[in-house]
Design a protein around this ligand. Sequence first.
Ligand SMILES: [Zn+2]
Ligand SMILES: [Zn+2]
Length: 340
Amino acid sequence: MSDLVVVRKEGLYCAAGDFYIDPWRPVARAVLTHAHADHARPGHGRYLAARAGATLVRTRLGDVGLDTLEYGERITHHGVTLSLHPAGHVLGSAQVRLEHRGEVWVVSGDYKLAPDASCAPFEPLRCDTFVTESTFGLPIYRWDPPAQVFDGVEHWWRDNADAGQASVLYCYALGKAQRVLLGVDASIGPIVCHGAVQTLNDAYRAAGVALPPTITVDQVGDPVDLRRALVLAPPSAAGSPWLKRFGEFHDAFASGWMRLRGTRRRRGVDRGFVLSDHADWPALLEAIGATGAGRIVVTHGETGPLIRWLREQGLDAAAFQTEYGDEDETAPPAAETGGA
Ligand SMILES: [Zn+2]
Ligand SMILES: [Zn+2]
């Protein structure tokens, strides 16, 4: 029997259903796992995504031809039964479950198992073949409980505010920023967001996520308020003139890559908070084990070590060459030195 999903030059392709999943080149029919730019690209004919992520897809891609499914809702196309299930990665993120002639494949996109108030929790699915990411697929990647990380952010913010200085926290605009907003005590001071973050905050709010109030820098009434502010900005804002309004400030970076001392040093920030929207090594193994799949296909990240480990367990494991990982946290640490 031929594989239900293969790699073509356009992206992951379901031949029986004649559609693509997160394709990187323009195609007629694209199923999206989530709205990060390396997975949700412009130029496709029709899009299908989880309803919870529709506002994010439109914010990123504009008024595209978008069909949506509720999580768990099933449709059958050319004999392939397709459904979308929560991936716990960002709002509206989905695993794509495909069933054809009794065989089940699940394509995970990006996922995490750790709690995240800004999106539905990861749903383990049984399948024959599991297509997994491996962004942090090395045993060195182990996350602290998110509540502990948010405690650290709060202490840092409060200490800076008491010293009369703003706290600039660099974090990716889609997903990470909103998770931070829901994780910290918003009463410590005003929360000022860079425009790129605020646009996505608005999309989250439009989708029904109750984020605390946030303002942009032009909405700050008394400049003194800035000295107590938590400032959320995308990594690309580092070193930009936009930061001048904050005078002297403390800065920090929230990312899974902060687990690596070298990355912290290259970023040149005061603090690193280890907070990721991807599964760490134990969570990858847990998620893969829960599928019961005998065959695992690894798409992006640290694919080699994960494949080796899985083969040692007697599983059939291999890689798909994909073009994921260009955006957000999936950027490898070496690429972070360019000042972006
Ligand atoms: Zn992603
Ligand atoms: Zn990815």
